[in-house]
Structures are given as C-alpha cells and as structure tokens.
Ligand binder design. Structure first.
Ligand SMILES: Cc1cc2nc3c(=O)[nH]c(=O)nc-3n(C[C@H](O)[C@H](O)[C@H](O)COP(=O)(O)O)c2cc1C
Length: 231
C-alpha cells in the first residue's frame, strides 16, 4: 500500500472510532410535555446547555442560499430569541448579507453535544433597522466593536495581505477606545422569523426524539402545529 493509501485508511479508521461525547446521562425528552410553542422550549434548552458547561451554546450554523440556488453556511452568534424571532448580527455587504438580500430565507442549526440535543430553526429573515443595529453593536464588547469597524464593508472580500488586516485592526482598536458609540455602517442586526423549529433529543439506544413545530394559523391556542418525526 502506498503512503497515500495508508494515510487514507488511517483517516477512515479514525472517523469510525470517534464517538459523540455526552456528559454522562442524556436528558429524557417526553414529547407529551413539550409546550404549545417553540420559543419557551428553545430558551430552556439553551439555558440548560449553558448550565451543562456546553462551550459556546449560543453559536449556531447559519445557512443561506444565493441567487444561483447554492447553499452556504457559517457559524454566527445568537444575540437574542424573542417573539419576533432569532437575532444575529453581521455585515450587510458580506456573502451572507448579500444572499439574504437576494433570498430572505435562512436556516439555523444548534448542536449541544453534552446533552445530545440539536435544534433547527428556519424562516424568513428581515433587517432590524439602523437604530436597532447600532444599539446591538453598542451592547457588545470593545473587541467586537473594533472587529465590526475593521470589517465594515470588507467582510468576505479578498484580502491583499494579512498585514493589511493588522493595520486595519490597529486603527479600529484605537477608534473603538476613543468612540465607544461608533457605528460600523454595514453592521446589521437580522431577525429570523421562524415558521419551523425542530427539537432533537438523542437517546442512548438511538430511539431519538424529534419534535417539529410548524406555524399554522388554525392551530389553537399558539398558532403552532406540533408533530413527532422519525429520527
Ligand atoms: C464561533 C464563531 C462565531 C462567529 N460569529 C460571527 C457573528 O456573530 N457574525 C459574523 O458576521 N461572523 C461571525 N463569525 C464568522 C463567520 O463564521 C464567517 O466567517 C463570516 O461572517 C463571513 O461569512 P460569509 O462570507 O459567509 O458572509 C463567527 C465565527 C466563529 C467561528
């Protein structure tokens, strides 16, 4: 066998040997106890992930679609989840920002490994507006403000050299110190108004529980229809 084949085989063996790590016993999700609407359950699961010591429980994968119908994903932070929807911030001029302008639909995925849980949220995405976007940035750390100032209008563009980025950040750090209320013109708060939210709870013998909520104006009292799905 060639070195390349050995390496390929070792890589496959590594993947086969890997297991999803849980922190001890998995929680039991009884679908009969699920609330009528998804938001309270989402908030509870996020809080429980944080309490279980899940690293970055508020990080999520955000999938968007371009005008060419090709999907793309990246990790972003959840800034809030309320009756309006799931909030995140980014630059309007980035790839995802441009894709959202073209096709205002997205899907979010959270994976909380320690508790064996996954949540998927999808729906229409809208911009929260200039004032709310500026307030979102003001509420973040000076380092996050500096990164937003440096990346304004540039995120997802080709970078000539890493030195160029270092220079832009130096200027942005100074400005963020001097002007904590500075605004990054392209920074935008987005709100995904969910029409479907799905909760997945792993079970030790793979009898996983999936509960899907779909918006349904006829469903009383919450306006959400709830179904179990095959895992
Ligand atoms: C843990 C983590 C959190 C991130 N959070 C954000 C975020 O909240 N907003 C953002 O614009 N980019 C965030 N990023 C960077 C994005 O994943 C992505 O690289 C960037 O937004 C450009 O994406 P795009 O070219 O698809 O638009 C984060 C990356 C990581 C690894």
């Amino acid at each position: 066998m060639s070195d390349d084949q050995d390496e390929a085989e070792a890589f496959r063996a590594l993947l086969r040997g890997l297991r999803v790590p849980h922190a001890g016993e998995l929680p039991v999700f009884d679908p009969a106890t699920a609330p009528d609407a998804p938001l309270p359950l989402f908030r509870r699961w996020l809080r429980e992930a944080a309490e279980a010591g899940e690293p970055g429980p508020h990080t999520m994968s955000l999938a968007t679609v371009g005008a060419d119908c090709r999907p793309s994903q990246r990790t972003v932070m959840l800034h809030d989840a309320d009756e309006r929807g799931w909030h995140f911030g980014t630059h309007r001029t980035s790839r995802k920002g441009r894709e959202l302008a073209e096709r205002p639909y997205a899907s979010l995925a959270f994976h909380w490994m320690r508790s064996g849980r996954q949540v998927r949220v999808s729906g229409r995405v809208g911009e929260a507006g200039r004032e709310e976007s500026a307030a979102d940035l003001r509420g973040r750390s000076p380092a996050a403000l500096a990164a937003a100032l440096a990346g304004s209008g540039r995120q997802s563009e080709v970078l000539g050299s890493y030195e160029e980025l270092l220079r832009a950040f130096e200027a942005a750090y100074e400005r963020a110190e001097r002007e904590p209320d500075a605004t990054a013109p392209t920074w935008t708060l987005y709100v995904l108004e969910a029409d479907e939210v799905e909760f997945y709870q792993e079970e030790a013998r793979r009898r996983h529980v999936r509960v899907r909520y779909r918006r349904d104006p006829g469903a009383q009292p919450s306006g959400w229809r709830r179904d179990l799905l095959w895992p």
